[in-house]
Structure formats: structure tokens, C-alpha cells
Design a protein around this ligand. Structure first.
Ligand SMILES: *Cc1c(COP(=O)(O)O)cnc(C)c1O
Length: 313
């Protein structure tokens, strides 16, 4: 399995050459951004782990990656979600379908009689985890939503090292690294690595979940030293996570004409940020991190088709 050392290619995006870090090519199931964030779990000793517990959206890339991890490690995955939309249940596709095929147990909180208005995170901490033994002997391993925790640092540092090595090989000066942020964990750990090791790579990101202030909060929770935070690119308007926008589809399609398929949930924002930065610093060297997740397009494309009547090729 190729779990590190993804290639960097040169593609043309918005009329200019851009380096593209192809983390989408890491592995079909244990791939992309979540493979980086969960890399430490791949090394983790699962001898004592019977159950992997996660939570998030039933369309999440992390659901698929955790399902692949559980299968590889021979344990059960219980993945808690708020609610599964009827259309997805009756027509499973994308990450949801792939995770089911890998044997994931996807638990819908809305269908549990003892949920009592608890959030998924509260339910897990008060109802699920206490069922298992004392710390140290417990046979359950819990991963916070989207891998937003220190566990992600090792794998993201590996990504950072690959970029530094590549930059040195190419003999490049300042490289502007662009990637969209969900929890912001990947962008923050990348930026912190470059800052702490005094490398000439600067991280720019854009908030896909919540707004700029929320993203700043997330950065601060991981590291209160603002000098190592990524620079947040503000787009002219607010977009809600998971919602469909014509502009998202259009920029996604424009970027796909480079010959590489991007994903439809985070990349439209990342690409908008890239385009804005290219205009702002037109002699800058840009590297975009393709963080995978294209299986989710299987879920997103039919939604775009329904909403905009877009003809899908
Ligand atoms: C999870 C994910 C992100 C967001 O990563 P964070 O570390 O939470 O910011 C971006 N792109 C893709 C494709 C992802 O799966």
C-alpha cells in the first residue's frame, strides 16, 4: 500500500501552472486527507482493540477511511451519525455505500431509544465508552470527528516532510501551500511544522465548515501560538458546509479540465481561495494539496443534477 510519498505533478489551474500534491492517489480506501490523519492508527497496536468508534456525517470521508482501517485491523467499526437521509438509505452511494461494503456498522442516533436529545458526541461519551473497561484495559478505541486530535499530527508531519523534500529537490524558493479546511487540523499541523522548522513554505487555507472566526477558534484549541497558524483566505461571501452552490460546481468543473478530478465538498472552496491568491500574488509559486475524497462525488453529483438539472457526462 502506498501510504505516503504521493507524487507532486504540475497542472494548469485558472490559466497558470500549479503544483499539485496528489494525496488522492495514496490508496483507494485508506486514502487522502484522512489517511494522513489516521496514519498513526495504522501503526497502532490493535491487539486489545475490539471496537473502533467514530462519528460524523454518513457521507464523511472519515467514515470510509475508518471502515477500511477497521477491516485492515480486524475489528468492528461503530460509526455514529445523527441521521441518515431517506434517499441515501434507499440508494446507498459514495462513502456510505463503500463503508457498508467494508462491514461498517453505521448507527443512527435518531433511531436509538436512549438518545434522549443527546448529541452524538455526548451519547458516545456517556452511553458507549463507559460500557468498556478501565483506561488501559479498554477494548474500544475512540476517534473524534474528522480525526480532530493530536493523533493526526504524526501523519500530517509526514506530509510536511514530503513537501519540504520536494521543494529542496526542485530548488524552489518560497512555496505557497493551499488547502481547504474542515476542522483545520491538517492546515494547522502543516503550518506548525513549516514554522517550527523554519522552512520556506507558507500555508493558506479557507474555512469550509463554519466561518473564519470559528476556524481561528479551532486553530487556537490545537495551538494557541498564533505565529504558527495558517493564513485564512476570506472569500467575498459565506457558504454553508454541505450545501450546493452553482459557483462550486462551475469551479469544480473548470479545475477538472486540468485532467485531474477534484472533490465537491471542500475543493470548490480551496480552488476559489487558490484562484484569489493567484490573482493577488501573480508571481507566487503555488502548491495545492489534493486531499482525496472523490468517492463522495458519487453522492454530490446526483444532488447537483437534481438541483440544477446539470447534465452529467
Ligand atoms: C477531511 C477533509 C478535509 C478537511 O480536513 P481538516 O483537517 O479537518 O481541515 C478536506 N478535504 C477532504 C477531501 C477531506 O476529506
Amino acid at each position: 500500500m502506498l501510504l505516503a510519498h504521493s507524487p507532486v505533478q504540475t497542472v494548469e489551474l485558472f490559466g497558470a501552472p500549479v503544483y499539485l500534491k496528489r494525496d488522492d492517489l495514496l490508496h483507494h480506501a485508506f486514502g487522502g486527507n484522512k489517511a494522513r490523519k489516521f496514519a498513526a492508527l495504522l501503526e497502532h497496536n490493535f491487539d486489545n482493540v475490539e471496537l473502533l468508534v467514530g462519528h460524523g456525517s454518513p457521507q464523511a470521508n472519515s467514515l470510509y477511511t475508518m471502515a477500511a482501517l477497521a477491516q485492515l485491523k480486524g475489528c468492528q467499526l461503530d460509526f455514529y451519525v445523527d441521521h441518515i437521509a431517506g434517499w441515501l438509505k434507499s440508494n446507498p452511494n459514495g462513502n456510505y455505500r463503500a463503508a457498508l461494503e467494508l462491514g461498517a456498522n453505521i448507527v443512527e442516533l435518531a433511531a436509538l431509544p436512549d438518545a434522549e436529545g443527546l448529541s452524538v458526541a455526548e451519547y458516545i461519551s456517556t452511553r458507549v465508552l463507559p460500557e468498556y473497561g478501565e483506561e488501559g484495559t479498554r477494548k474500544v478505541l475512540f476517534v473524534p470527528e474528522g480525526g480532530r486530535c493530536g493523533l493526526a499530527e504524526a501523519g500530517v508531519n509526514q506530509l510536511a516532510k514530503e513537501l519540504v523534500y520536494w521543494q529542496q529537490q526542485q530548488g524552489l524558493g518560497v512555496v505557497n501551500v493551499v488547502l481547504p479546511a474542515g476542522t483545520g487540523t491538517t492546515a494547522l499541523f502543516l503550518s506548525r511544522y513549516f514554522t517550527q522548522h523554519h522552512h520556506n513554505l507558507k500555508v493558506f487555507t479557507v474555512a469550509a465548515v463554519g466561518g473564519d472566526d470559528y476556524l481561528k477558534l479551532q486553530f487556537n484549541e490545537l495551538d494557541s501560538d498564533e505565529s504558527c497558524h495558517p493564513q485564512i483566505v476570506s472569500l467575498g461571501r459565506k457558504y454553508h458546509f454541505g450545501k450546493l452552490y452553482r459557483a462550486f460546481y462551475d469551479i469544480w468543473q473548470e479545475a477538472n479540465s486540468s485532467g485531474v478530478t477534484f472533490e465537491l465538498l471542500y475543493d470548490p472552496l480551496g480552488l476559489m481561495a487558490l484562484k484569489q491568491l493567484q490573482q493577488q500574488y501573480n508571481d507566487g509559486v503555488f502548491l495545492y494539496v489534493h486531499q482525496g475524497g472523490v468517492l463522495g462525488n458519487e453522492t454530490m453529483l446526483p444532488r447537483y443534477k437534481r438541483k440544477y438539472g446539470i447534465e452529467l457526462g
